[in-house]
Each structure stands twice: as C-alpha cells, then as structure tokens.
Write a protein that binds this ligand. Sequence first.
Ligand code: XUL
Ligand code: MN
Length: 343
Amino acid sequence: MADYRFSFGPWNIHEGADPFGPPVRATVEFGQKLGLYRQMGFEGVQFHDDDAVANVEEKSFDQIQKEASAMKKLLDDQGLVAEFVAPRLWETPLGVDGGYTANDPAARRWAIERSKRAIDIANLLGTNLMVLWLAREGTYIRESKNAIEAYHHLRDALNQLLEHSPQIELAIEPKPNEPMDQAYVPTIGHAVAMSYQTCDPRRVGGLIESAHALLAGLDPADEMGFALAHDKLWSVHLNDQNGLKFDQDKSFGSVNLRCAFNQVRMLELGGYAQTGRFVGLDVKAMRTQKVEQAHLHLQNSRAVFLTLVDKVRTFPQEIQQQCVADRNYEALEMAVLEHLLAK
Ligand code: XUL
Ligand code: MN
C-alpha cells in the first residue's frame, strides 16, 4: 500500500505574533527549519513565492532565477522537494482591495505579473503546482464591487496564468472569509465551477483546508469528496477549528477527532496516497509555546493522521456493511465511536 507523503510551509513554524500582540519567540532560521523536515517525517516544502525568493518584487528576472535555483539546491541537499508555490498577493499596498478582482486595472495587472513570476519560481523549484489562496479577492461591503465582473476578471487571470506555462497546474484554496468579510470562491464547488470556465479545465483544481471548510459551515470530508469526484483534489491543508471564529489553524484532530477521522477516511476512499500528492498541514503552534518546542504541532498532527489511517483501515468492514444493509445507522454510529475510543 502506498505511503502518504507529508508537507508543511516554513510559516508553520512562526514567532507567535497575533493581531493583538507582537512576536513572542525567536525566529527559527530557514536552514534550521529545513533541517526539521526529514527529522519529523516530512519531505515536501510548501512555498510562498517570497519564501523562496525574498522581496521578490524588487528583483530582476535574472536575480529571481539565481535565488530560486539556489533554493532548489538547498532542497536537493536535504532530500526535500517543493510541493507548491503560492503568490503572496495580500501584503503589497497595491493589492489592498484585491489582486485579480480589484477594481483598479493597475492592481489586476500587478497581481497577474507577480503570479507569473511565482510560476517561474515553481518551475525552477521543480514543481508544477501553484496554490492560489484568494486572500483579498472579495469585499468588505457588497456595493464596492460587481461580483459578476469580479468572477470574469478572475477567469481571465487564471487563463493568463495557464497560458504563461504549459505545465503549471493551479489549485485554488477556497476560504469563505478573513481577511475579507465575504470572499470570492468560498468553497470547492465554486473553485471547480471556475475551473470549467478556463481555457484548460484539466489544469485547474483545488486544495482543501479543513478549517476553511468548517468556517464555511461545511464538512471538510465532504468537500474533499466533491473534489475527488471531479479528480481535482490536488492538495490538502489539514488542521482544526473550534467553531466559527478567526481561522485558528489548530493541530489536526485537536478539536474534533471524528471529523478528522472522516477526512482521513475520505482520502483513503479516494486513493489519495496512490496519487503521490502531498498531505499538507497548515497548523499554527499556540502562542504560549516556547521556541524549542514550536514544531510539536506539526509532529503531533502527522502522528494523529497516521493513527487515524490505522483506525480507518481496521474499522470492521462487515459491521459497516451489515449496518448499511439494515439501514441501522444508530448501530453504525456506535461502532464508529467504540472503534475511535478503543485503545
Ligand atoms: C490562509 C492560508 C494560507 C494558504 C497559503 O488562511 O491558509 O496560508 O494556505 O497561501
Ligand atoms: Mn492553508
């Protein structure tokens, strides 16, 4: 049976700043972070464009090439691979009202140009995958944009990115809110629908983050099922979320083990491990965590995932089938709970 491959992003080991307080931990230097990957059982590195090439907007094409190639060598030396590159469009002042869907044509042009550079970086790092978290594509108030036009702008932007590189694949990471009041493309259904409007639907898919689905009031396992049914689940960001509040990025399974079990079950049902795609984590350490242990949330999330793989594989098939045949879902529910509670 194929093994799962795991990834995380360098931002998942962070200094603990939140909107109400400054950093509380020393910065773990990038090279040191890379050293932790293999040690903890991870082989994939998730990148924002500027994780790979710092201050990417100030650099010439040659400089970008040089720095991305140096990063590739660093990965090779550690036995790591880049899973994806994502353009970080949400920090630049020109993108204050969005990138691809901004009302300002100059902002739209900037967002597309920066994303093309991010594709170049992905090519140099040896990955075909670009993740698009559409952070500021949306509105604070509905009257500020025309959603019909915005979705058309988004389609045009996706087409330009697909045309920029024949091998690039775009995985949209839906999220319903934060930082915007209402985001465009809030669910995987929206992302898949967008894909069919582009010039090459086979190269547009999705990444499902557990917390984002929960914020949309949806079940992450069913969101994954929808993407799998369309052959468009190209990555996941497993984590957890305690109710409808800010995006918490808690450790996988730490709030709702049953929900985590069902996400793992869906990946098993969809043969996800056999695709060779990564099980990505997008988890944050608690602000209270000391720097020496500010990576435990990653190790713990992976361990919970693997335990749940075992739980899914050892769930008695005959009980499941009998309960379904009898339409006795009360008995099925109890069997699931007993299986999860058993040592
Ligand atoms: C934001 C989020 C991002 C993306 C990558 O909520 O999840 O970290 O995963 O840009
Ligand atoms: Mn994410």
